[in-house]
Structures are given as C-alpha cells and as structure tokens.
Design a protein around this ligand. Structure first.
Ligand code: C5P
Length: 405
C-alpha cells in the first residue's frame, strides 16, 4: 500500500519492546508515510531519539517544554495533522492514563487533542496484562473507539512465557494500513444493526434458539464503524466480541429485541436486521423445571412479533435492510420478503452451501434491491461481505440524502 500523503504519529513508551517499534517506523516511512515519533521519558531509556530521528527523517518529540523547532504548538499541530496515531509499546501506565484522561506529557497531551483514530498496541509482562485494572482500562478505551491489537503469546523478556509480547512489526503495519485505507464514507450516518439468535425460554433450564453465531451482524457493525458511522448493535446471545467503538445493547428474547429496536428506531437512519429472530416462543414459560413424565411432550408455541415487518410499516425515509437465510428457492423467498416487509434491500444466503452456513467466517451472499437489481457475490469473508452490503447502503443513503434524508 502506498502511504504517500498520510501522516502517522507513533507514540513510543518505556517498554523493552520499544526496539521493535524502530522497524514499524522504518516500514511506514518506506511505504511513503510521513512519520512523527513522540517518545515518553521512559522510552528514551530503551532506545535513543536519534535512532527514530534517523529513520523518520524528522525531529523526535520528547519534551513538552523544550524550545520548539517549529513555530506551531507541537501537541496541537501533531494531533491535527495525524491521519493515524499508533501507541507502541503501550504500557499499563499509558493505558491507565488515557483511560483516565490524564494529559501530563507530550504523548498523552497529543493523544487527548487528536481526532485521528488511535491504534493501541499493548506489550507488557503477562501478569500485568491480565491485571483486572489494566483490562478494565482497555475495555473503557475500546468503548470510546480506541482500536486495540491483542498482544502475542510467547517468551517474554524476563524469561517466562505468556500473553504480553508486542505483535510483529509487520502485523502492526498491516493493521495501520487497514485503518488508513478505510474511507469515512458513512460518517454522520446512524446505523442500528441487530445480530445473533434470540433465546426463548421453555422453563428455567431449557430454551429454544437457532444456530446463528452473530458473526455476520457483528461484521456489519464493525465495517460500519470503520467507515465512520455511529453504530448501535442490538444483539441476542452471540459468540463474538463487540467491535471497538460500537454501542451494544444485549438482549435475550425476540420481545426484548423488539423493545430495544423500537426504542432506538427514531434515532436511526439505517437499520440492518441481521439477527436470526426466533419466529415462535413457548406459549407458557414454566416457573419450575418441567419433569420428564411421559414418552411424549407437546410444546405449544405462539408467534413472535416480526420486528422488521413492523419497521417496514413505519420506516419514513430510513433505509431498511433485511437478511434472508434460506435452504431452498433463495432468490424467490428473499424477493418475497423484500416486498412483504417493505425493505430497501435484502441479503440472501443459502445456509446449506459450504462456506455460507452458520458459525463460519465466510459467506456467499446475494443482495436484492427494491429496484429489482440482484448482486451475486462469490465466497468472501463476512467482513468483506459486510463492506459490500454497506457499499450498497451508502449508494441508497447518498441518493436519499439528495432527497433530504
Ligand atoms: O421472515 P424471515 O424470518 O425469514 O425474515 C428474515 C428477516 O426478518 C431478517 O432480517 C430478520 O432479522 C427479520 N425478522 C424479524 N423478526 C422476526 C423474524 C425475522 O425482524 N420475528
């Protein structure tokens, strides 16, 4: 990837892995980025500023109050010019300071002043990384939109093994590139995504559900966030972690999902219903565990609300996207739902096809639009499929925008 014209600010903290960041800076520079390095006082005990200066061909910023080499106020100018901030190695100390809003040196002050995405790459002793306060601080920052890389597991500097090593420089640069290339073409758009299965109780021990893993809906939420949207994810019990910067409302039943969706509908421009909502629930939920008395047992079910259909009757100029998981007549069934639920778009997938079923990381989708267009996509990762769905959403949103969305 060519990074010409991109500005990356790299904040180096005081950890033994600081030496590996020398290669990160070198690679970014070779790819054409303008790289500015800010070092904390402790970082300078591990690597000299001269090393970074020689590779970045730019002055290394170390001290808030030294004589400026430029006329600008440095922490503000670096904060403003950055297209991306990388903090590596991120120590427990800087993670704690950022989570608490402390700005007491050049690095923390610049990060607090920036609007650029911040990629935090922790590296520290594995017991420090596992510490509950460190983990809480990471969660806090993730919720605020900071992007984290997981440390590698392996032999640490002090000899023992565990999770806390800085990822390889190539992996850090790859992640940086993926952030830099993501267009912010959904900035200002409020997207509500539903995901996962719902779970309908039979008694205190048992429930009815389906095989949905939540991966497709979570991928849509992640992709939308990467493209600058304001994303609310309403999820049934799913196996996946909430993407950085996405607000999550966890629900269990279809009725809870309906309540959460309706409460947030007015404040949404786009709704993507990827959840596999249970169509029926037990008519009665036993308060005590049902005993296995007979050879047969009959469970009476009643219909759950069709959330998407309801949204279709009150959509205004919102964009509604449904999903259609089928085992037969994929296009016919999806087209019927597109019309009967008054949708703008429906994403159809045949769950019997290899690579398109539940729980996989890939999908094979067809996108049907209400103007009759059908887009047939090959096998791809769920994240890539999510981006293709959002490309179409963006097209509709821009068209609606011209009409005053
Ligand atoms: O009718 P069917 O369940 O096949 O439609 C699938 C689409 O409708 C999905 O987008 C799903 O999230 C949504 N749906 C819903 N409420 C239901 C069932 C499905 O919103 N009770």
């Amino acid at each position: 990837m060519d990074l010409k014209g991109k500005s990356v600010v790299v904040g180096v903290c005081g950890g033994i892995a600081a030496y590996k960041v020398v290669e990160v800076v070198s690679r970014l520079k070779k790819m054409g980025a303008e790289v500015d390095v800010i070092m904390t006082a402790n970082a300078r005990k591990f690597v000299t500023p001269l090393t970074f200066r020689s590779l970045s061909h730019r002055p290394v910023v170390t001290d808030m109050f030294s004589d400026p080499e430029y006329w600008e106020i440095k922490h503000v100018s670096l904060a403003q010019k950055a297209d991306l901030f990388i903090i590596a190695p991120a120590t427990a100390n800087i993670i704690g300071k950022l989570a608490s809003g402390i700005a007491d040196d050049m690095l923390t002050t610049t990060v607090v002043a920036t609007k650029a995405p911040v990629l935090v790459v922790p590296a520290m002793n594995h017991d420090m990384y596992a510490n509950a306060i460190v983990q809480r601080n990471i969660r806090t920052l993730r919720e605020l939109g900071y992007i984290f890389m997981e440390p590698d597991t392996g032999r640490m500097a002090e000899g023992s093994s565990g999770k806390g090593r800085l990822p390889e420089p190539s992996a850090i640069v790859e992640k940086a590139c993926s952030i830099l290339k993501s267009e912010q073409d959904l900035a200002g758009i409020r997207i509500m995504v539903t995901a996962g299965p719902t779970r309908e109780s039979i008694d205190p021990v048992r429930y009815i559900t389906n095989h949905s893993s939540g991966k497709m809906g979570y991928a849509v939420a992640q992709a939308a966030r990467e493209r600058g949207a304001d994303v609310l994810l309403i999820s049934g019990p799913a196996e996946v972690e909430c993407p950085d910067g996405v607000r999550l409302i966890s629900v269990t039943t279809a009725q809870e999902m309906e309540e959460a969706v309706l409460a947030n509908f007015e404040n949404s421009d786009v709704v993507v219903m990827a959840a596999a909502v249970a169509d029926y629930r037990p008519a009665e939920v036993s308060e005590t565990k049902i005993k296995k008395n007979g050879d047969e047992m009959v469970l009476r079910l009643v219909k759950n609300p069709d959330i998407l259909k309801k949204l279709g009757t009150m959509k205004g100029n919102r964009i509604l996207v449904g999903f259609s998981a089928e085992t037969d007549d994929l296009e016919g069934n999806a087209a019927d739902k597109l019309e009967s639920k008054n949708l703008d778009m429906i994403v159809a997938n045949d769950v019997t096809m290899e690579g398109a079923g539940f729980g996989t990381d890939t999908n094979i989708i067809k996108i049907l639009k209400c103007d009759g267009t059908v887009i047939d996509l090959p096998l791809m990762s769920k994240l890539e499929a999510a981006h293709r769905i959002l490309d179409e959403v963006r097209g509709l949103a821009y068209a609606a925008g011209d009409a005053g969305l």
